[in-house]
Write a protein that binds this ligand. Structure first.
Ligand code: PLP
Length: 461
């Protein structure tokens, strides 16, 4: 389906909804709708289109860099349509239909993690805010205890702990990402909650929940899952395509964060937080003199740290889930499978010409790799860093026929030592290349991406 068709669909829905809107008075007014304003707005939109060309082509299969892609057409069309009236999901009377949609979709999202009926959850403006809420609840439950997470955790956890005034621990891990269980045991009395990352932002690793969770249960430590990036991959753990050991235990976590604006085909502004025990809702209790009038039913603003939230975000996610269902064998599962298969194919193809090596096999759809450069003294880490940067910049500055967009990533030398035992380590950190294959159409592009990478390898010699 091309964008024209989607525009047609949007226009039809727009026409229908405008009819309803026109039943209520909305006079035009000079200060907002004057002729000059219309003319100026048209000009500005043209210059906006021009300025947007300053982006990297996030929509393209040749963009295999950071976690960036456009939302699905159904999501942006639903968002745009809803924006005509701009409901606020803070309170039921701020957007009755979109609040209802949010209530309907939360159990579906929760179901990906085996969370059953009766859990508490809502959408947020981002993964960061969703994690903030989960850590805020962690502090409410264990006011004097610390939060622990590994060095692979998203950088915002340390920051949010600072915001909340909670102490935090970095739990040491080995080169493969296994947690130092002895450290956890030794510090158990001080740690109230641990954050386990299900799909690390850097390498897409799923932290070993199956070893961490039983231990935490034994020691009375709460478990929060940061599945902002990786959450949707639980869909393909059911068929055993990815290691299911960690995923099969998600329903036992105390709270979970997932970002529909990462793998759920949504525009930015759509995170989600879920709590297994609905009683945590009591922590949110507050009185608001101006918002809740319409009913005694649950207002989402009563269980959310944020006040105003875009009803359009709920509408977009709701609409998307009607098309891309989360069921076994459903359309969303196919999307995740395509992304992971693209990463696996790329990982196989990129090493074929011996110009590149993998830092490790991809677990989800993120591949970390680097050019192999050898001089008379051997393989030096500084040379790998230099060449990675050159390839990155040359790709980004290439013309239409040879441009390629990847990203740079810094790793610890120990991570490279395991694949290059004779590495001469002459740097603290090594810069390597990283590609996120989060677009299903990447699976048709891996050969072309690898061809361009091999060209770039030769050009930068
Ligand atoms: C992206 C990400 C976050 C932050 O989410 P935002 O939506 O960018 O605020 C947190 N944790 C992980 C693992 C992430 O990948």
């Amino acid at each position: 389906m091309g964008h024209d068709t989607s525009l047609d669909l949007l226009t039809r829905a727009f026409d229908r909804f405008s009819k309803w809107m026109s039943q209520y008075a909305k006079p035009t007014v000079e200060s907002l709708d004057g002729d000059e304003i219309q003319v100026r707005a048209a000009e500005v939109l043209t210059s906006l289109a021009e300025r947007l060309e300053g982006n990297y082509p996030f929509h393209s299969g040749l963009y295999a860099g950071q976690m960036l892609k456009p939302p699905h057409d159904v999501a942006w069309a639903a968002y745009a349509l809803t924006m005509l009236i701009n409901p606020n999901n803070h309170a039921l009377d701020g957007g009755p239909p979109t609040s209802q949609m949010e209530k309907e979709l939360i159990p579906e999202i929760a179901g990906m993690f085996g969370y059953k009926h009766g859990i508490l959850g809502h959408l947020t403006s981002s993964g960061t805010i969703a994690n903030l809420e989960a850590l805020w609840v962690a502090r409410k439950i264990n006011p004097t205890k610390a939060v622990g997470f590994s060095s692979q955790a998203h950088y915002t956890h340390a920051r949010m702990c600072e915001v909340l005034g909670i102490r935090s621990f970095v739990i040491p891990t080995d080169a493969d990402g296994n947690w130092d269980v002895d450290f956890l045991e030794q510090n158990a009395s001080e740690i109230g909650t641990v954050v386990v990352t299900m799909g690390t932002t850097g390498m897409g690793r799923v932290e070993p929940l199956h070893t961490i969770l039983p231990l935490c249960k034994k020691m009375g430590i709460r478990v929060h899952l940061d599945a902002a990036y990786g959450g949707y991959f639980s869909l393909i753990s059911r068929s055993g395509e990815i290691d299911a050991r960690a995923w099969s235990l998600t329903s036992e976590a105390d709270s979970i964060v997932v970002d529909p604006h990462k793998h759920g085909l949504q525009p930015y502004g759509c995170g989600c937080v879920l709590f297994r025990d609905p009683k945590v809702g009591l922590f949110y209790k507050h009185d608001s003199p101006y918002t809740y009038f319409s009913s005694d039913e649950l207002h989402l603003g009563e269980i959310s740290l944020e006040c105003s939230r875009a009803g359009a975000a709920a509408a977009a996610l709701w609409a998307t889930l009607q098309v891309f269902d989360l069921g076994a064998g459903g359309r969303m599962e196919a999307v995740l499978r395509d992304c992971r298969n693209a990463a696996l194919t790329f990982a196989r193809e990129v090493v074929a010409a011996n110009n590149y090596i993998l830092i490790e096999q991809p677990e989800l759809d993120i591949v970390v790799y680097c050019p192999l450069v050898r001089d008379e003294s051997g393989i030096r880490s500084s040379e790998i860093s230099r060449k990675s940067s050159e390839i990155f910049h040359a790709g980004m500055n290439g013309d239409r026929n040879n441009a390629l967009f990847v990203s740079l990533y810094q790793i610890d030398p120990v991570q490279l030592k395991s694949v290059l035992p004779d590495l001469i380590q002459d740097q603290e950190k090594i810069t390597v290349l990283r590609s996120v294959f989060m677009k299903p159409h990447h699976k048709m592009m891996t050969t072309e991406i690898v061809r361009r990478l091999n060209d770039l390898y030769r050009q930068t010699d």
